[in-house]
Structures are given as C-alpha cells and as structure tokens.
Ligand binder design. Structure first.
Ligand code: HEC
Length: 140
C-alpha cells in the first residue's frame, strides 16, 4: 500500500504545481470551457458528473436564465424582440396564451431572430419556460 501511496502523492504534487503555473486568464478560459458540461449534467444525465455537483444547484430561476440567455435581445429589442417590461409590445403575445408563448420559447419563432430556447442550448426546457414566465410576469 505504501509503495502505491508515495507515487500518488508525487503525482498530485506535480498536478498542483502545474496548476499554479497557469496564468489567471488561462485558468479562466479553462473554467469557462468546463462550465457548460457541468450544466448539461444538471439536466438529469445520470451518466455524467457526480452527485455532489448535481445536488449543489438546482434549475436556474427564470430571472437567472433571462439575465444570461435572453437579455441580449429582450432588453434591447434587437431584431424586433419584445422588450421586457414593454406592456404594449407584449399585450398581443400574452393574449395568445401561456401555451403559445411556452411553445415559442422552446421551439423559437420560425423566420425571426427567436431561435429554439432563445439559442440557450444548455438551458433545460424547465429553465426556458421559467424565463418565458418571468418575461410575461414583468411585461404586463
Ligand atoms: C437573438 C435574439 C433573441 C434571444 C437571445 C432571445 N430571443 Fe426571444 N425573441 C426574439 C425575437 C426577434 C422575437 C420576436 C419574434 C417575432 O417576430 O414574433 C422574440 C420573441 C420571443 C417570445 C414571444 C414569442 C411569441 O410567440 O409571441 C418569447 C416568449 C421569447 N422570445 C422568449 C425568449 C426566451 C425565454 C429567451 C431566452 C431563453 C429568448 N427569447 C432569447 C429574439 C431573441
């Protein structure tokens, strides 16, 4: 046992040293690259990630999803997107009913800048629906 333990310690030490040699921007780039796979694991793929990761955070709230995935267009009106809080822009859309808006959120609006899931491919269906509800609740 001891013969195995010593090389393992040496290996860990070597890994720690090489981690220290990363610059801040390299480290940030790596963290950015590995972040999406962590989020995908949260969507219920039991084959990836450990339970500790899945248990530490649940689905993002509608506001969190809006802030990260929808705001770019829905705060500015880019491409004709109805702006959050603009009741006039939302009235006709809200009149179509929640199901129609949920469908638009999940599948997009063909022929417009509104892609499926607003382009947020690491958003679960549940998270997209929460974001739609958040926008509706704050736009009437
Ligand atoms: C790249 C720009 C863009 C992003 C990002 C985006 N949207 Fe949109 N969205 C649009 C545009 C443009 C429209 C208007 C489409 C139309 O003409 O009906 C729209 C319309 C909508 C509508 C109304 C659809 C209807 O049936 O009236 C909902 C709901 C919506 N978006 C939800 C979302 C959600 C939720 C997100 C984030 C997860 C998101 N959007 C991200 C551009 C975007």
């Amino acid at each position: 046992m001891m013969r195995i333990a010593v090389p393992l310690v040496a290996l860990l030490a070597a890994a720690a040293v090489s981690a220290v040699e990363l610059t801040d921007s390299q480290r940030a780039a790596i963290e950015e690259r590995i972040a999406p796979s962590g989020e995908v694991c949260l969507e219920g793929d039991s084959s990836c990630g450990g339970p500790a990761v899945a248990a530490s955070s649940g689905p993002r709230s509608g506001q969190e999803v809006y802030d990260t995935a929808c705001m770019a267009c829905h705060a500015t009106g880019a491409g004709g997107a109805p702006v959050l809080g603009d009741a006039a822009a939302w009235a006709d859309r809200i009149a179509k009913g929640a199901d129609a808006l949920h469908n638009s959120g999940l599948n997009g609006v063909p022929g417009t800048g509104m892609m499926a899931k607003g382009g947020c491919m690491n958003c679960s269906d549940e998270e997209v629906l929460a974001a739609v509800d958040y926008m509706v609740e704050n736009s009437q």
